[in-house]
Design a protein around this ligand. Sequence first.
Ligand code: GLN
Length: 473
Amino acid sequence: MGSQWLPIADLAADVQAGKTSALELVEKSLKTIEDQQDYKAIIATTSDRAKERAKTIDGLVAAGKNAGRLAGVPFIAKDNFLVYGAETTAASNILKGFSAPYQASVIEKLEAEGAICVAKANMDAFGHGASTENSDFFVTKNPHDTSRVPGGSSGGSATSVVLDMAPFALGTDTGGSTRQPASMSGCVGYKPTYGLMSRSGIVAMASSTDTVGTLARTTSDAALVVDVMAGRDDLDGTTIERQDSYVGAHASLKGQKIGLIKEWMAEGLQDDVKSVVETAITKLQAAGAEVSEVSLPSLPLALAVYYILVPAEISSNLSRYDGQRYGYSSPEAKDLETSYRRTREIGFGKEAKRRIMIGTYVLSSGYYDAYYKKAQTVRTKLINEFNDAFKQFDFLVGPVAPTTAFKIGAIADPLQMYLCDVMTVAANMVGCPSISLPAGLSGNLPVGLQLMAPQKADKQLLALAGSAEDLLK
Ligand code: GLN
């Protein structure tokens, strides 16, 4: 599929040179969104504000001023980013009607370089899910097969990029929500080192694993966007110092030591996914990469750990939605207690309630030691095993998800849905960067390849992924 968009750096250069205008790009983006509305990737556009901003940028160019490294480049933000120009709902009923009083720090950084947010993308409500079926509004369709899911929770963002609605989109990745939809929909999905990008102004899911995800057509496009967003932010105390630059030459695969994760190539991996991943690995080897198997014995526990720790943080983060401060408030309540209860009963969907229940349970005094504390212990063990693996290997590789995109409605059991995350949650538990690259097709369905690097080696990971991507095309 050819794209209507040039590489992002070229788009911005053309706007700056007056060869095209920001308004033209924004209008092209909005038209594609409208033409593709049957895929239900978008919750709302920010068209009025986007056009205003485009005119401002075109004005800067006309006045001979620098309009930024992303001058006039349209993008789409997952609906859990606080953005002006449309409501921020995180695809939940309880946040309906909520307008952001300030913007997410990363949105501010993108805007400072001239990028223009044109729309908010659909998602599993609050990020809870792996198929976008948990959106309180509607289900997004897979861009390659409309009877299938696009993955999730950033399914709207992935679909929007693959359908060319914008040159890039933002997602979030708490347990795989950028990489898994990228794998199932067929684009690049990048999850940075925890703390590399500010979480300020993003609807919180699990604060110790939430990261900003980038969805793009190519690694080079993703790297440029990462370069603009990365770095410390006074509004998020967990942010870290950035590396000098994330853009630049692709790294040669020659002599790179890459560990193939044994536990992920074992049972449970769909045969066609396995064969695409194996073919991709062969290509990396042919280019000189030294790939050998590595075992991380605690890895099979990562999913259980995730589904204890993350609901614990979710139950805490979602306690702020009490009907008094944000969005929906039950109208018929006559006292505060009833207002809290009715608002949450009506406003939260099934999955949010399930996670609040699990989280409250594992944090309760009687069960804290048995679940929460034990899970934290295993998380530390997992971090140690990854540290050991990264002493032997420069990078780790494996599949992104056990299956290709499944049929809408096919997974009714929530525990079955949680299994979709079995290969993505580890990077979040450990905090290391990870990328999903299009590795090939099974029939008409995309399959991703996951590459991981040690914490704070985002630059090295993006440089390596750039060469891997060229090989896998
Ligand atoms: N699918 C995972 C979950 O449901 C990951 C979600 C995410 O990364 N936001 O928790």
